[in-house]
Write a protein that binds this ligand. Sequence first.
Ligand SMILES: Cc1ncc(COP(=O)(O)O)c(C=O)c1O
Length: 330
Amino acid sequence: MASTTGLRTLTPDDVVRNLQALRQRQPVKYWAFYSSQLGGVVTDPALMVVPFDDHMVHRGHGVFDTAAIVGGRIYDLDAHLDRFFRSAKLSKLALPGTRDELRRIIIDTVAASAQREGSIRYWISAGPGSFGLAPAADAQPGFFVMIFGGLAYPKAWYSEGLRVMTTTYPIKPPLYAVTKSTNYLPNVLMQMEASEHGVDNGVFIDEAGNVGESSNMNVAFVTADGVFRHPKFDHILSGCTSLRVLDLAPALVERGVIKAVEVCDIPVAEARAAREMGLIGSSVKVAPIVAWDGRPIGDGKPGPITAALRELLEEDMRSGSRLTGVPYAR
Ligand SMILES: Cc1ncc(COP(=O)(O)O)c(C=O)c1O
């Protein structure tokens, strides 16, 4: 329908057609989407939508987490759910169901996608109903699950290593850094700044001059005398991958590959003297950093301990004790 301004008022059919055209112009690998607001799962990306007045959309009042689908099973789902519920509590979000109910919906949405490899991202939102600062009095919290292709990184990151820079953006204050909320502006700006400088990612440094984390990954080091050292988790996100790597790393101590495993404050000057530096996260796993602010880390080549940690993690992802089965129909 044409209006006097020339703007069309759309029918529901127009809207669906236009959303489908949008997706045709920009194809995406989104295989299944559960929405408590829609009341089920959709597989057409055009229908994977959230109401604009949901507090998560216009105030960033939502939390999320991401887990990997590996060989038809979900890796470390319960660790990701622990962090998800912690973040929801810190964000004063009402829960749209019990932990068991939401866990079941995540697993069933993976089954509906029929995908054996990929990523699961899920969100709790404060819900729609107003454009106020606090959620609408009758806002119903939303729960969303997206099964998608995941983030892919270049193979060269593993064979040649990555380059990073200290970001000029301030690190999030601890409360916001430990909460995995949908407000990622500092992380986004840091990643864009790194790309503008021709490097792969950034590193946040805290006010005391200790190493924080990267955009969507943790950072860790191997000291010159062979200690695997990770920053404390009180001012950064507690990465599920880092926590798992810290569980697995003592196997390398037993084999004499590293001397010890430590979680402690890491001053920048100490970090720069490391023999190896790595990025750790669900999507990147463990990847070597070979240069930081244009200066080499160690001999400027990917190191053996980063590779050994990645192997331990990959083995755990394939056949460890943290895999959840999915009831695929076929
Ligand atoms: C800011 C930040 N730090 C660290 C991580 C690593 O966490 P995980 O190992 O659970 O992927 C992520 C990813 O979620 C992140 O967004």
